[in-house]
Design a binder for this molecule. Structure first.
Ligand code: LMR
Length: 395
């Protein structure tokens, strides 16, 4: 039977890891997959993670199952991290957290929940969006619609976004990026979040907020502005949160699906369904990453160490954005690319065409996604002049 199986191209983002590793160019630069890199180009294990792992090694007593919702102590620290410690939603006991294998696992839980419990509801994503959103929602059997987000001049198209969201059928799900929009790097201002909230209320939409980069934009609380605004003003909301980037726990698969309902009774009903969806997908989530996060956030000292390092990471990326624009100055390109300094998070939609991206890879060993998305964290003071020169060469 396998003779009928067709070979398909690999994932456009993860495939870059392999292609980059194979490249023998000594000057190669990896601006592909979204992982943080330090000035030496490595993705370090965060200091607080190492400290927490030492504690776990000493104290862990069992490897038994942790249940479909995961570790309740993890839920107790992640809910306030996302929603704010003084959140009225938490005081009213209207939020449920299901620990998931990464943000991707949380998205699949959300998608399966929508498919099985809200049959017929479509899901709407920004154009562009993280390509795996499409894969996950399609695999879950959801009907996908699109709203514009970036215009043809490579700028945030907020008017287009709002107009399109106004046309979404009542009750459908709209996917919003909480911060550090992947792939564009263009985020909504506070004022724009209020306008989105008004349209969501008017159209009775269910937002699914993808919160994969908390702490990488302007800070843990600033990045949560939109999420918390929606949580405090809507009866129902889904949030997918990830500890892959802000705790550097990529391969430990540590995330969460948060479901907010009108009242505690309805929240418990929704929560019971989430357990079934988790059970049918993978039964129990992996424990280690969540245990690390729990140890860090339960300790004032470790939490402070973690925040310090996260701040260093964020400052490095934002500094690189400015340095990148300056490096383009000798080529007369700094005005054209000035927007890079205003974008937030790991990614920048550079406006480079797929052909230009191919040339950067083939002629210079510089790797980025063909959409023109560059991982700014892959830049460093010593490769910036080389990257700037290469970009000038492919104009
Ligand atoms: C990315 O967009 O590069 C990251 O979120 C990693 C991934 O899984 O695609």
């Amino acid at each position: 039977m396998f003779e009928q199986i067709e070979r398909v191209p690999g994932d456009a983002i993860l495939g870059l890891i392999e292609a980059f590793n194979k490249d023998t160019n000594p000057q190669k630069v990896d601006l592909g997959v979204g992982v943080y890199r330090d000035a030496k180009g490595t993705t370090p294990v965060m200091r607080a993670v190492k400290e927490a792992e030492a504690i776990l090694l000493e104290n862990e007593t069992t490897k038994s199952y942790i249940g479909s919702h995961g570790d309740p102590r993890y839920a107790d620290v992640v809910l306030p991290l996302v929603l704010g410690s003084g959140s009225p939603v938490l005081a009213d006991n209207r939020a449920s957290l299901t620990q998931s294998p990464g943000g991707t696992g949380a998205l699949r839980l959300a998608a399966d929940f929508v498919h099985t419990q809200l049959p017929g509801k479509g899901i709407w994503v920004s154009t562009p969006t993280w390509p795996n959103h499409l894969g996950i929602f399609e695999a879950a059997g959801l009907k996908i619609g699109k709203y514009p987000y970036v215009d043809e001049n490579n700028r945030l198209d907020f008017a287009g976004m709002l107009d399109a969201i106004r046309e979404i059928p009542e009750g459908d799900v709209v996917v919003l990026h909480a911060c550090c929009h992947n792939p564009s790097g263009f985020d909504l201002s506070k004022e724009q979040w209020h306008q989105v909230l008004a349209v969501v209320q008017e159209r009775h939409l269910l937002p699914l907020v993808d919160f994969a980069y908390q702490g990488f934009g302007d800070g843990l609380d600033d990045d949560a502005y939109g999420v918390r605004l929606l949580a405090e003003n809507l009866d129902e909301l889904l949030i997918t949160s990830s500890c892959s980037k802000n705790f550097g726990l990529y391969r430990e698969r540590t995330g969460a699906l948060i479901a907010i309902a009108r009242n505690n009774e309805q929240m418990e009903n929704v929560r019971s369904q989430m357990a079934i969806v988790a059970r049918e997908n993978y039964s129990n989530p992996p424990a280690h990453g969540a245990a690390v996060v729990r140890e860090i956030l339960e300790s004032a000292e470790l939490a402070a160490h973690w925040q310090e390092e996260l701040t260093e990471m964020r400052d490095r990326i934002n500094g690189l954005r400015r340095e990148f624009v300056s490096a383009l100055e000798p080529y007369g390109l700094s005005d054209r690319y000035a927007f890079i300094a205003e974008q937030r998070g790991m990614f920048s939609y550079t406006g480079l065409t797929p052909e230009q991206v191919d040339r950067l890879r083939d002629e210079f060993g510089i790797y980025m996604v063909r959409s023109g998305r560059a991982n700014v964290a892959g830049l460093a003071s010593d490769n910036l002049p080389y990257v700037a020169k290469a970009i000038a060469a492919v104009q």
